[in-house]
Design a protein around this ligand. Structure first.
Ligand SMILES: O=C(O)CCC(=O)C(=O)O
Ligand SMILES: [Fe+2]
Length: 264
């Protein structure tokens, strides 16, 4: 594999807020991932656990959550050294602790007819945004990302703006489509303005989203890991409001615990 972790690429990422890594996954791995994603999608549908995005009234944007538990192949690829070289660097701070954690790992299936997302950032914090990255995303192209099938659209350099995009920004002429061959990975800064495009082709566009966050965000919000330490007895005795304050139930998405038999 080529060495992507170069001064030139780091400089490009700092300036533009994204970087495209090409030829990371070979054809047989891509094929296997595609099969696993589609099998899982079918299973979640059968179990009535599909996560279909409501913003897309055509029902053509489907997520598969919690890939880490859904097959070994997802656990393997999320550990690819090149990803962690970049994450170590993006989340660099003086600490002996782990600097970042996986926020979510999901598949985003854009079926033919899927409409485009709103322009957004992946860092859900109040403005102005801090000058350090709280989040970074990895967008894995499992199909070729093309002009027609909903390639991720981004505004280069927008991670420096410190503000989130507004409605009027949707038509910014400097937005580009990140097209690429299956097997490529797009690394994005969590404050980069971006969106999934519309799929006007007649085939699926499958992407995986491996999202990472600075570990201190978890350390701050969960000094005690409430979702583990609260026992069933206390849970029963807790009011709805107390459960909200304890953060219980947060991050449980439809389908995230919908597991097939004989998974590996
Ligand atoms: O699938 C894509 O191209 C991007 C999706 C995305 O940005 C998101 O869901 O936050
Ligand atoms: Fe996003």
């Amino acid at each position: 594999m080529l060495d992507f972790f170069t001064e030139k690429n780091k400089k490009f990422f700092l300036k533009n807020g994204y970087l495209l890594l090409t030829n990371i996954l070979n054809k047989s791995i891509i094929q296997k991932i595609k099969e696993k994603v589609l099998e899982q999608e079918k299973y979640e549908k059968k179990m009535n656990k599909s996560y279909v995005y409501k913003f897309d009234k055509s029902n053509n944007t489907v997520r598969i959550w919690n890939l880490v538990c859904k097959d070994k192949i997802f656990r393997d690829i999320i550990m690819l050294p090149v990803i962690h070289q970049f994450m170590e660097w993006i989340f660099e701070r003086k600490t002996n602790h782990q600097k970042y954690i996986l926020s979510s790992f999901q598949a985003n299936i854009l079926k033919p007819g899927a409409i485009s997302q709103k322009l957004h950032i992946d860092t859900p914090v109040p403005e102005p945004l801090p000058h350090w990255p709280l989040k970074a995303n990895t967008i894995w192209m499992i199909d070729d990302f093309t002009n027609e099938n909903g390639a991720t659209e981004i505004l280069p350099g927008s991670h420096k703006k410190k503000f989130k995009p507004k409605k009027k920004d949707e038509n910014n002429k400097k937005i580009i489509k990140c097209c690429g061959k299956a097997g490529s990975i797009l690394i994005t800064h969590g404050a980069l303005w971006h969106r999934a495009g519309a799929n006007v082709s007649n085939t699926n566009r499958i992407g995986l989203l491996g999202s990472f966050a600075a570990s201190y965000t978890k350390e701050i919000a969960c000094e005690e890991e409430q979702s583990i330490i609260i026992d069933k007895f206390t849970l029963k005795k807790s009011s709805k409001k107390l459960k909200q304050i304890l953060g219980l139930g947060h991050g449980l998405k439809m389908g995230s615990q919908c597991f097939r038999k004989n998974r590996n």
